[in-house]
Design a protein around this ligand. Structure first.
Ligand SMILES: *[C@@H]1O[C@H](CO)[C@@H](O)[C@H](O)[C@H]1NC(C)=O
Ligand SMILES: *[C@@H]1O[C@H](CO)[C@@H](O)[C@H](O)[C@H]1NC(C)=O
Ligand SMILES: *[C@@H]1O[C@H](CO)[C@@H](O)[C@H](O)[C@H]1NC(C)=O
Ligand SMILES: *[C@@H]1O[C@H](CO)[C@@H](O)[C@H](O)[C@H]1NC(C)=O
Ligand SMILES: *[C@@H]1O[C@H](CO)[C@@H](O)[C@H](O)[C@H]1NC(C)=O
Ligand SMILES: *[C@@H]1O[C@H](CO)[C@@H](O)[C@H](O)[C@H]1NC(C)=O
Ligand SMILES: *[C@@H]1O[C@H](CO)[C@@H](O)[C@H](O)[C@H]1NC(C)=O
Length: 574
């Protein structure tokens, strides 16, 4: 951005700030607003409530829905994709970059709509089977515990990042990004929202962007213009938000002369890779933008792409200004004209808010919280809460398959995890596991994808003797699923003591995890080994932490019992 442009922007926002200064006082908040593995946010306001959805890739349940009343404290209220019957094909997604990509949430006339794409990365870019575009709806976003979304309506789109726009005349348009690398352009057609059929024939091209892979489109109609907001530059450090506008919904779209409007490219900001934005207005009429960003914590970002938010001003007849305090950029510590501070809608005692500490006791009659995810579709019957004789425990019966799996495309591993939300955190669980058959193993995993994870487990070896073992599974395209060839597994005999162990994953700083166990309920800890955060950084997705069991090639005969799963953070670190 040029100096003259910054002055212009400051002048514009100073004027608009004057006109809106009486509406709300500026309050502070921190980014990311939804921390940990929350890419490609799309958010709306409905009455006094705000809802966001994010991408979930191979995690199931998928497309988490977050709700807030003040834009600062958020609660996950459900998952759009929560029943395998909704998308049986998801069971065979076959790479860490496959699965559920960016979703868009919109609301009109009492109904919520979510579009998203089930992607089979690896299939040719111009192969229609690579992109399955789907539309989910619900009239009550809280129905069935937040899982009451419809079965999908499939609609054809030769690409991904599909979004919806309702025009004033009632016509509905679907926009998306035409298949990556084949023809990176934003295309659109008029859709029959009830059937998914095109009402206008083949998609038409709206804009090819300013030169970087055009994706993540949304259309907003304001002051007589159709404003098209897109993402460009790939999802790495060159990521940016650009805009164009037209007098007609199908164009011609004229690019803004001051693009990009929002980016961290070529800055040393802590929050990098900013892009894939959405815009909405709050109850006071103020505009806000959400986008994805990664943290540059000494180059490691195990949380992957997270959701950030900036206040925006949108002067009449102009383009929006993202974060008038530092135009076009995002900061960790923000100020904005937030709605009054209040808890998320329908919060009941015991609900956890995003970014808060968590303690799961697996009490009888409880279910796994909606923020816990499996990888693809596991054998759900391998997981039981408070089974007979084991109250307040999660029983996991290990599958023959380990977490890596024989190939990326087959089998079902047994593990259940939640997102790593903070640079520094401690996760612990108590494990009662007395395997008799060699190879049977259970413990904690810190997982980003099938070829990149740390597994701290109790394992039977050498004729049923128990050991505690830390393994590092290192990504390598030629070495799929191999144990780290450099650092041999750390392995410690446990002796004859069969008491439960407390296991711990401790992210002590931005570069190191420590893996420990305790034989006296956490009074004294024994370090098993350490791991580099770089090992679980750099992906499309974010790191997950949780519990696993495997028979390492055979179905397990001995169940593992997990109690008191805790995720805690230092309240001063976010
Ligand atoms: C809005 O919803 C009502 C009730 O479902 C329906 O009768 C009406 O046709 C809808 N209006 C539009 C514009 O879709
Ligand atoms: C993943 O699935 C797609 C679609 O079925 C297929 O084209 C591709 O070859 C598969 N990739 C791998 C690594 O199995
Ligand atoms: C960042 O700098 C590179 C090299 O000068 C330039 O090509 C690119 O356009 C810049 N990106 C943005 C978003 O300004
Ligand atoms: C990230 O931080 C490291 C260490 O401070 C720095 O060397 C690097 O340039 C930063 N990257 C970006 C994209 O700002
Ligand atoms: C996981 O299982 C596959 C075969 O099913 C095997 O090739 C791989 O070495 C195993 N990985 C580990 C870490 O045991
Ligand atoms: C992170 O913690 C590890 C283990 O305590 C230590 O060896 C390393 O120096 C620390 N790194 C930084 C950047 O503080
Ligand atoms: C494990 O059990 C499942 C059914 O419970 C069965 O389909 C599978 O073949 C078994 N695997 C092995 C390696 O025995």
């Amino acid at each position: 951005m040029t100096f003259a442009h910054s002055l212009l922007v400051l002048a514009i926002c100073w004027v608009s700030w004057l006109t809106s200064a009486t509406e709300a006082t500026l309050r502070s908040y921190n980014n990311p607003i939804i921390p940990g593995f929350a890419p490609d946010p799309s958010c709306i306001r409905v009455g006094p409530e705000y809802y966001c959805v994010t991408s979930s890739f191979s995690a199931f349940p998928g497309v988490p829905v977050y709700a807030s009343k003040d834009l600062v404290s958020w609660r996950q209220i459900g998952n759009v994709f929560s029943r395998p019957e909704q998308l049986p094909a998801f069971g065979s997604v076959n790479s860490s970059t496959s699965g559920i990509w960016a979703a868009t949430i919109r609301h009109t006339n009492g109904t919520f709509y979510v579009t998203t794409t089930l992607v089979f990365d690896g299939a040719p870019f111009d192969d229609p089977s690579r992109w399955k575009n789907v539309l989910f709806t619900t009239d009550d976003i809280y129905a069935q515990n937040g899982n009451g979304w419809s079965d999908p309506i499939f609609f054809d789109f030769p690409g991904y990042d599909t979004s919806l726009f309702w025009d004033d005349d009632g016509k509905v348009y679907v926009q998306g990004s035409h298949a990556w690398r084949v023809f990176p352009a934003i295309q659109q057609y008029e859709i029959d929202i009830k059937t998914g059929a095109s009402l206008s024939g083949d998609p038409v091209t709206l804009w090819t962007g300013t030169g970087g892979l055009a994706k993540g489109p949304h259309i907003y109609k304001k002051d007589g213009f159709y404003h098209l907001l897109i993402a460009e530059g790939g999802t790495g450090v060159g990521h940016m938000v650009t805009m164009a506008r037209a007098m007609n919904v199908n164009g011609p779209y004229e690019p803004y002369t001051q693009n990009p409007v929002f980016t961290s490219a070529n800055t040393t900001d802590y929050l990098q890779t900013v892009g894939h934005a959405d815009l909405f207005q709050d109850t006071n009429g103020n505009w806000w933008s959400v986008a994805l960003a990664t943290r540059n914590a000494t180059v490691n970002y195990p949380m992957g792409r997270e959701t950030i938010m900036v206040p925006a001003t949108w002067p009449k007849g102009e383009y929006p200004i993202f974060n008038s305090q530092l135009p076009g950029r995002v900061q960790l510590d923000m100020k904005g004209p937030l709605p009054a501070s209040q808890p998320p809608p329908r919060t009941t005692p015991g609900d956890i808010l995003v970014g808060q500490n968590e303690h799961l006791t697996f009490s009888k009659g409880s279910s796994l919280p909606r923020q816990f995810v499996y990888y693809r579709y596991p054998d759900f019957s391998a997981f039981k809460i408070s089974p007979p004789g084991h109250p307040n425990a999660l029983q996991i019966m290990g599958s023959a398959e380990n977490i890596t799996g024989p190939t990326a495309a087959a089998g079902t591993s047994t593990f259940i995890t939640r997102r790593q939300d903070h640079v520094e955190f401690v996760a612990e669980v108590t494990l009662d596991f007395k395997p008799k058959v060699d190879g049977e193993e259970a413990g904690m995993t810190l997982f980003i994808q099938r070829r990149q994870h740390f597994d701290l487990g109790v394992v039977a070896l050498s004729g049923g003797q128990r050991f505690i073992r830390l393994r590092t599974i290192t990504a390598s395209s030629t070495n799929e699923g191999q144990t780290d060839p450099i650092s041999r597994p750390n392995i410690i005999p446990l002796g004859a003591n069969l008491n439960p162990l407390r296991l711990q994953v401790n992210a002590v700083n931005a570069s190191t995890y420590l893996f420990s166990y305790s034989e006296d309920e956490g009074k004294t800890w024994h370090l098993v080994g350490s791991g580099a955060a770089s090992q679980v950084s750099g992906g499309f997705t974010g790191t997950l932490v949780g519990m696993f069991a495997t028979g390492n090639g055979k179905n397990s005969t001995t169940p593992a019992y997990f109690c008191d799963f805790e995720y805690t953070v230092d309240p001063l670190i976010y």
